[in-house]
Design a protein around this ligand. Sequence first.
Ligand code: NDP
Ligand code: 8X3
Length: 250
Amino acid sequence: MTKTALITGATSGIGKATAQILAKNNYKIILCGRREDRLIELKNELSAFTEVHTLSFDVRDKKAVFESIDSLPETFSKIDVLVNNAGNAHGLDSIQNGDLDDWDAMIDINVKGLLYVSKAIIPKMIAQKSGHIINIGSIAGKEVYANGNVYCASKHAVDALNQAMRIDLNPFGIRVGGIHPGAVETEFSEVRFKGDSKRAANVYKGFEPLRAADIADIIHFVVSRPYHVNIADLLILPTAQASATIINKS
Ligand code: NDP
Ligand code: 8X3
C-alpha cells in the first residue's frame, strides 16, 4: 500500500531533496514550509510522480501547526513517515555576544517546533499502531564548537528527544531514528549568516561537502528497511570532515 510522508522544511535543502526521492519511490507527500510559492512549485514538480498536499505554517506557531495538520484531507490523514527536518542556525557568535532573537529562533524552531509537529502527529501514529519518525539532528548535536553554543544546544536537544521518543513510543511499534549530518551545502549557511552569500559560500570552499540529495538518499534507505529494522542513529559526514571543526581543506 502507498505510504504517506510528511516532511517539514520541504521548501529547500534536505527536506526538498527528501520529498523528491520519496515521491519518486511511491510515497504520497505532504510538503510543509512557510514559503508558499516554493511549496506550489515543488508540488507541481512532484505531482508527475505521486499525490502531493501542501501545508504552509511556521513551526513556531503552535495553533497553526495543529490546525494545519488537523486540516489534512482524509486521503492524507494517515501519516506513515514524519521527517522532522525544519530548522536552521541563526548567527555564529560567542555566548557573550549572542543575539537574543537568534537564540529564540533556534530554540523555538529547532526544538519547540519539532515538538509541536510531533505532538500533532504522534497520537495518529499511536491510534494506527504504526509510524516512523525521522528527526534531523546534526553533528552539532553530538559535539559543541566555538560560537555554536545555542545551535549546538538545540541539536543536542533534538538528539535527546530522538532517544526519548524511541523509548516512549516503543510500546506502540513506532520507529524513531535520528539522522545527524555534517556539512551539507544548502541554504543553511545563507540563513546562519543572514543572507551574506560570500560568507556562506566560504563555508563549503576547499572540500567537497555533502549534497542535500546524499542525506535524502539515506533517509529513503532508513524508511524503506523492513518493519523489524529501526536505524536508530546515524552520523553522516563528508569524507573531508573528521569532526565539527576538522575539515581537510585544500
Ligand atoms: P535549508 O535552509 O536549506 O532548509 C531549511 C528548511 O527549514 C526550509 O525548508 C525552511 O522553510 C524550513 N524552516 C525554517 N524555519 C522554519 C519555520 N519557522 N517554520 C517552518 N519551516 C521552517 O537548510 P537545510 O536543508 O540544511 O536544513 C534542514 C535541517 O538539517 C535543519 O534542521 C538543519 O539544522 C539540519 N542540518 C543541516 C546541515 C547543513 O550543513 N546544511 C547539517 C546538519 C543538520 P521555509 O523557510 O519555507 O519555512
Ligand atoms: C549544521 C552543521 O557543523 O554547521 O548542523 O553545525 S554545523
